[in-house]
Design a protein around this ligand. Structure first.
Ligand code: C2E
Ligand code: CA
Ligand code: CA
Length: 744
């Protein structure tokens, strides 16, 4: 909407304009600081400051008085106190050769020649002081054709705004080429070099900055840093230390020149790298530094180029994977970290089988593409913190971080080998691509990068000797252990589905009557090739790889079904004990699963005993304790502390725990009655348990003497090879049919 005060045509020319402007020039910039628009005047004075005033004065001296009568074209512009356009007649576009009328809010200073904002602000200030009287001045403005236009301008302050009536004087102006370079030349040169000048007064902490500052930082003209403190706030926190110490060295006289590269925050939040160079330009009589001056150069492009070069130096140009140099760096870091915490880490070397053959068959270009595809597949195997590098033609290496156990290394090696299994197309064909991997563990196989890589190479050669798609550790013992573990992990996942799992039941006897009152369910795994695998071996692996929950539920389901059959046919009070891993107690679905199993099988309430080790009660795991309480409350299960005496629970703590039974660990039973200390411990456990109303079962009873001793101490229940070994369900059914048990 046109402003009521906006004339559509320029007012008649004012012949006094030249004289007026010159007199303004004489009082600037001091008058501006006390002018009617202090904020803008102060900003203009400090931003454009010294340099701007210099440029302006130089131009004014050379300028002939204009004749507004010949001026054309012309336009009217309204702007706010910060020179932002609020309205402009379309003629502004023609006057400055713009492709479209500038948007509202665009700064009028955009087109002003360096140093012109200051006299304009002054003119507006004087018009305001004169109650809106017209003040004339000549401005130099930048035209889209890159030339300058001298523009006679009549300024009137209207309310909070200023109305500028502009008329171009003459045609395109080329700056005269004086003998010496002018301030304009300097401005242009600084603009071109993306360089700004700064001048710091150390006494007052103020900083004067050339207008290029605003342009570098993306601010509108006049908005520049004005104090050293403000500048420091724009500096990136990571660079502040460098900036401070560079200045400190100059101030202390240690360096003649201050030179530092740092990031500054632009107005739009971007970080701009600048190189700042400066020196002392004024000292007090006592030698104290009063002023420093210098330049700030936009260093972002150079930094970017340097970063690209550095990146090139650390990466393989074909696959863009880290190269040997970066790999060495990563391995060095991992070794140091592993050494600090007494951990192990691993280095893997992978070599493509028969790659030379592919090269001969398909040519180099096709094989380059093949290598890129291989690199992509291998890359996908790795997790954060693991580095894959290309270290030779068809050779890759992997650095695994600290805290990598041999099993993890073997797992990664296997995944790398597997990643190449799906067909890869090369030159229209899909040849079988495979790779061998050699693994070196730190510290066993070396504690330095070179040694580790050599060890991995040795292991790789061994793997190659076995055949394609093989992996090998450098240390054969580590190799055997890790391989077996990996194999067990893989096989265990499908063991239940393949029907390889079964449950052995070890009868629990009442000591007094020597009658079977129940049994402990013990998981068994018979693998077709590996044979019987001990729970002591596969349970920890199941815990480590997240298989313990499904395994635990499988055991619970089958054992409950079986126990229910015994309750129904042979022993109505048969008690079933099932082991729970501490990890199962973290499973939020455990309580529901137990309830469901009991419901489904209709096992007699209270006849399920869940055995957990002491660590669960002693550890600071409120969630585990909560789960135990829920198991008692919601599933009516009994809870037993397994291997009692081995852990750290005290008799005192038993009072507060939701426990019904203790199972005395085998190690205390083994040497009784001969070992008096052990006998005393067992006696104490039995007696405290009795006082607390807890039932006691002695584990690992192998001899008649042990059983007699336990009977004499008042131990209610016993379990052990001497009474009965763990057996399959059929065998226990037969035992239950012949009620009377036999002690060894
Ligand atoms: P545990 O709970 O302490 O089970 C008793 C272990 O002692 C069983 O070994 C059993 O065969 C053995 N044993 C019983 N009587 C004697 C004896 O008189 N002398 C000797 N030397 N050993 C005896 P097993 O079956 O190898 O189980 C080892 C451990 O594996 C178990 O220790 C238990 O912690 C774990 N385990 C077994 N089955 C399961 C299961 O289904 N779930 C969970 N979470 N753990 C299980
Ligand atoms: Ca047990
Ligand atoms: Ca036990």
């Amino acid at each position: 909407m046109p402003d009521a005060h906006a004339p559509s045509l320029l007012s008649p020319p004012n012949r006094r304009v030249g004289a007026l402007v010159l007199s303004v020039g004489a009082i600037a910039p001091a008058a501006l600081l006390t002018g009617p628009w202090p904020a803008m005047a102060a900003a203009a004075a400090s931003a454009a400051g010294f340099f701007a005033a210099l440029g302006w004065l130089a131009r004014e001296r050379n300028r002939p008085l204009g004749d507004m009568g010949t001026s054309t074209p012309r336009c009217t512009v309204h702007c706010d106190h910060a020179l932002a356009l609020t309205q402009a007649s379309p003629a502004l576009r023609t006057m400055l050769g713009l492709s479209e009328v500038p948007a509202r809010g665009t700064s009028f200073a955009t087109w002003l020649a360096p140093g012109a904002a200051l006299p304009l602000a002054d003119a507006i200030g004087r018009s305001r002081a004169g109650g809106g009287a017209g003040v004339s001045l000549r401005l130099r403005m930048r035209h889209a054709d890159n030339g300058w236009r001298d523009v006679d301008t009549r300024v009137r302050a209207v309310g909070a705004r200023a109305v500028l009536e502009c008329a171009v004087v003459g045609r395109r102006v080329r700056a005269p080429a004086p003998d010496a370079l002018t301030a304009d030349d300097l401005d242009l040169a600084l603009d071109g070099a993306r360089c700004a000048l700064w001048d710091a007064d150390l006494d007052t902490g103020t900083m004067r900055l050339s207008p290029q500052w605003s342009r570098l930082l993306g601010a509108v003209a006049g908005q520049t840093v004005t104090t050293m403190h403000e500048l420091a706030q724009r500096v990136h926190s990571e660079d502040l230390q460098d900036v401070r110490s560079a200045w400190r060295r100059v101030l202390k006289g240690e360096d003649p020149q201050c030179r530092v590269e740092h990031r500054v925050r632009c107005d739009d939040g971007r970080w701009l790298w600048i190189e700042s160079l400066g020196r002392v330009v004024e000292r007090a009589a006592d030698g104290r530094v009063l002023r420093m001056s210098g330049v700030a150069i936009d260093a972002s492009e150079r930094r970017q180029a340097q970063a690209q070069l550095a990146d090139l130096a650390l990466h393989d140009p074909l696959t863009d994977l880290p190269n040997r140099a970066l790999l060495t760096d990563r391995i060095t870091q991992s070794i140091a970290q592993a050494a600090r915490h007494g951990e192990t880490m691993a280095v893997l070397v992978l070599d493509i089988d028969r790659f030379g053959h592919f090269n001969a068959l398909y040519g180099h270009a096709a094989c380059d593409a093949l290598l890129c595809e291989i690199a992509d597949r291998l890359r996908q195997v790795l997790c954060h913190g693991e580095t894959l590098a290309r270290v030779g033609g068809d050779k890759f290496a992997v650095a695994l971080p600290a805290a990598t156990a041999p099993e993890r290394a073997a797992g990664v090696a296997q995944q790398l080998i597997d990643a190449l299994a799906a067909p890869i197309r090369v030159a229209g064909e899909a040849p079988a691509v495979s790779a061998c991997v050699g693994i070196a563990m730190c510290p066993v196989d070396g504690q330095e990068v070179a040694t580790l890589l050599r060890s991995a190479d040795i292991a790789l050669a061994q793997a190659k000797a076995v055949g394609p798609g093989q992996m090998q550790f450098c240390d054969p013992q580590v190799s055997a252990r890790a391989r077996r573990r990996l194999l067990i992990e893989r096989e265990l996942a499908g063991a239940a589905a393949r029907g390889e799992l079964w449950i052995a039941y070890q009868p629990v006897f009442e000591v007094a009557s020597q009658r079977i009152v129940g049994a402990e369910a013990l998981l068994r795994w018979t693998h077709p090739q590996l044979g019987a695998i001990e729970p002591g071996e596969f349970i920890p692996i199941a815990e480590a790889c997240g298989l313990i929950n499904p395994l635990g539920r499988w055991t619970l389901d089958w054992a409950c079904t079986q126990a229910r059959a015994w309750q129904a046919a042979l022993a109505p009070d048969f008690r079933l004990a099932v082991n729970l891993s501490p990890l199962q107690l973290r499973d939020p679905g455990l309580v529901d699963a137990v309830c469901a199993a009991l419901q489904r099988t209709s096992l007699a309430p209270g006849s399920l005993v869940l055995e957990v080790t002491e660590s669960v009660f002693v550890g600071d795991e409120p969630q585990a304790l909560d789960t135990l309480r829920r198991l008692k409350r919601e599933a009516a299960a009994q809870l037993a502390i397994d291997d009692f005496g081995c852990g750290y629970s005290t008799f005192g703590s038993l009072r507060h725990l939701p426990v019904d039974r203790l199972k005395i660990d085998r190690s205390f039973v083994r040497d009784i009655p001969a070992n008096a200390a052990d006998a005393a411990i067992v006696r104490a456990i039995v007696s405290v348990a009795g006082a607390l109303g807890l039932d006691v079962t002695a584990e690992g009873v192998e001899t008649a003497e042990q059983l007699e001793c336990l009977a004499a101490m008042g131990c209610a229940h016993a379990q052990g090879h001497g009474l009965a070994r763990p057996m399959n369900a059929d065998a226990l059914t037969a035992r239950l049919e012949h009620v009377v048990p036999r002690a060894a």
